[in-house]
Design a binder for this molecule. Structure first.
Ligand SMILES: NC(=O)c1ccc[n+]([C@@H]2O[C@H](COP(=O)([O-])OP(=O)(O)OC[C@H]3O[C@@H](n4cnc5c(N)ncnc54)[C@H](O)[C@@H]3O)[C@@H](O)[C@H]2O)c1
Ligand SMILES: O=C(O)CC[C@@H](O)C(=O)O
Length: 388
């Protein structure tokens, strides 16, 4: 039996992918083979020797200790694009709310309850304080043109916005999806200096941490509106609050409230609802479950953030997979063990990702305990798994 520990509420649509004759799933599972997680932080968790994989039902993996996982041979998966449409739709809501003051206006209108026939008159009198600009004709800067950023950029054109996109790491495949009338910004400065609205869609990394700070805000247009549906730590809390107080930033919409931000005028705080739709929760859970199943049962890797993607049909008696450091002589050493044990290799695949690599060996022979021990003893080998 495989044991899957869930660390958050995971959609049943994903959990039902695990065949109950082979899998035990639950939040109380001990010593799991794999973990299925959404936003729960795993940084302080012990990663047991039996743990082979972690699947993040979502995009951001900053809640997972990736370096520690790689060192222990634990494959970390995410579900690229599975919640992108949900986030895009809430970003559109955020754009409208940052401009049209709908939220404070709805709060205010409740205060005139009980005024009887005077309500319509009071509405007409009171509404002036809540007017806000249209989106049409305004400039929107999208920072990060991945699964979400592209959808946001392409959709905002339908509001009549002029869209600037910035992503120095965009792949050619991704570039094909960007609408032709989106201006390709060649620097962040170009976004900051030109845009009336700026929306962040980058992962949290050492490079992006607090990228929105007093220095970057200084370059922006007076009265800019900033949206953050990516991660709270991308924006310096102190600097955004100061900039709002100085009216340099008109509104900050964030899906990542903190105590310091809540209640601050000009901050629209949403309780991390970007991906909270039944459709997106189902998509993420299903994709994450399928990734785990194919890895645990076949050693195939799809959508890993720390190891290369390797998907090979299994039509041999035995598969041995080796997670190892990406250093010279590894393939020779691994193949040598099979040769020394008199086992013929039918198929050998090796792929690498940064400092780590993955070798899949298919054979019609058997992998003896002796062979497995010899593989584990090779300098640079981190983990060996056998699939029969
Ligand atoms: N609010 C939510 O519920 C929610 C849901 C999904 C994702 N997210 C967050 O949004 C982020 C983006 O999600 P996604 O699905 O679009 O991910 P993605 O990986 O598809 O896209 C991220 C893009 O950012 C780009 N990028 C990386 N560093 C950059 C930099 N320094 N400057 C400019 N571009 C940079 C990458 O090239 C990539 O194209 C996630 O990492 C996650 O933190 C939040
Ligand atoms: O699981 C969620 O609700 C949020 C997921 C989101 O932050 C992500 O990075 O995909």
């Amino acid at each position: 039996m495989y044991h899957i520990q869930t660390l958050n509420k995971i959609s049943p649509y994903g959990l039902e992918k695990f065949d109950r004759s082979k899998y035990i799933c639950g939040d109380d599972v001990q010593n799991p083979d794999a973990v299925l997680v959404r936003s729960a932080s795993m940084h302080d968790m012990q990663l047991g020797d039996n743990l082979k994989a972690i699947a993040r039902a979502g995009a951001g993996v900053n809640n997972i200790p990736i370096d520690r996982c790689s060192q222990q041979g634990i494959v970390v998966f995410n579900t690229p694009g599975a919640n992108a449409n949900a986030v895009k739709e809430l970003v559109m809501c955020g754009l409208l709310m940052s401009a049209r003051k709908v939220y404070p206006a709805m709060d205010w209108v409740q205060t005139i309850k009980g005024e009887g026939d005077a309500v319509p008159k009071l509405v007409e009198k009171g509404k002036a304080q809540f007017s806000g600009p249209e989106l049409s004709g305004k400039k929107l800067g999208v920072i990060g043109l991945g699964a979400i950023g592209i959808l946001v950029a392409n959709f905002a054109r339908h509001f009549g916005m002029q869209v600037y996109g910035y992503d120095p790491y965009m792949s050619v495949e991704t570039a094909w999806k960007v609408s032709r009338d989106i201006k390709h910004a060649i620097s962040l400065q170009e976004i900051y200096e030109n845009c009336d609205f700026i929306t962040l869609h980058v992962p949290l990394t050492p490079e992006t941490k607090e990228m929105i700070n007093s220095e970057s805000i200084k370059m922006m247009k007076h009265g800019v509106r900033i949206l953050n549906f990516a991660r709270g730590e991308l924006v310096s809390t102190k600097d955004i609050k100061d900039a709002i107080d100085e009216k340099q930033v008109r509104c900050y919409v964030t899906d990542f409230p903190s105590d310091e931000l809540l209640g601050h005028p000009g901050v629209l705080a949403i309780p991390h609802l970007g991906a909270s739709t039944p459709e997106s929760e189902d998509n993420c859970a299903k994709m994450a479950a399928e990734e785990l199943i194919d890895y645990l049962e076949n050693g195939n890797i799809t959508n890993s953030v720390n190891l290369p993607n390797v998907i090979i049909n299994r039509n041999c008696k035995t598969r041995v997979t080796v997670i190892h450091k990406n250093i010279p002589q590894m393939i020779t050493a691994i193949a040598g063990v099979f040769g020394d044990c008199g086992v013929n290799i039918e198929n050998l695949t090796n792929k690498s990702k940064k400092e780590y690599a993955y070798t899949v060996v298919d054979t019609n022979g058997d992998a003896s305990e002796d062979a497995i021990s010899k593989l584990k003893a090779i300098d640079g080998v981190i983990r060996v798994n056998i699939y029969r």
